[in-house]
Design a protein. Structure first.
Length: 158
């Protein structure tokens, strides 16, 4: 893959990858943007390793998913009062709460269930592609989707 092809692939997949990462991050768009940037940088550095065995989008989603998982391992769960005070204007707060129920429900799912739901319903990937992205079996993906649907149904009906 040459530089021009890589740029074309990234341009055609960039918005969807950012949307996927934002959903995995339960609406934290700043973190999602950072992860997307890391994803595209890693992909660029590894583009010689793309053999075309799968679609480019599947390859880039695998990198995005692994980048997200690595970031979760290094997360520190604390916020200071100054961070809360600097959240922004009431208009931005209203926009941030637009999908709060969905993000809250997604956040309560396990990583595997959340990624399966997002890849299948938000990105439209088939079971075999999700299995490839998450390095799981197709049966595991089916189970995660089934469990995730049940969990989301219960969480969103509350």
């Amino acid at each position: 893959m040459d530089r021009r092809q890589f740029i074309e692939f990234v341009e055609s997949n960039q918005r969807a990858v950012r949307r996927f990462l934002a959903a995995l991050c339960c609406g934290d768009t700043d973190l999602a943007d950072d992860l997307a940037q890391d994803t595209f940088m890693k992909a660029y550095l590894a583009c010689d390793g793309f053999r075309g065995d799968s679609k480019f989008s599947t390859w880039i989603y695998r990198i995005a998913y692994n980048t997200y998982l690595r970031s979760r391992r290094n997360v520190k769960y604390h916020s200071s009062i100054t961070e809360a005070e600097s959240m922004g204007s009431p208009e931005r707060a209203d926009k941030n709460f637009e999908y709060q129920a969905l993000y809250s429900a997604l956040e309560q799912l396990g990583e595997g269930e959340r990624s399966a739901i997002l890849l299948h319903y938000m990105q439209g990937y088939a079971l075999n592609e999700i299995a490839e992205i998450t390095t799981s079996s197709i049966e595991a993906v089916k189970q995660r989707l089934s469990r995730a649907r049940k969990h989301l149904k219960g969480l969103l009906s509350e």
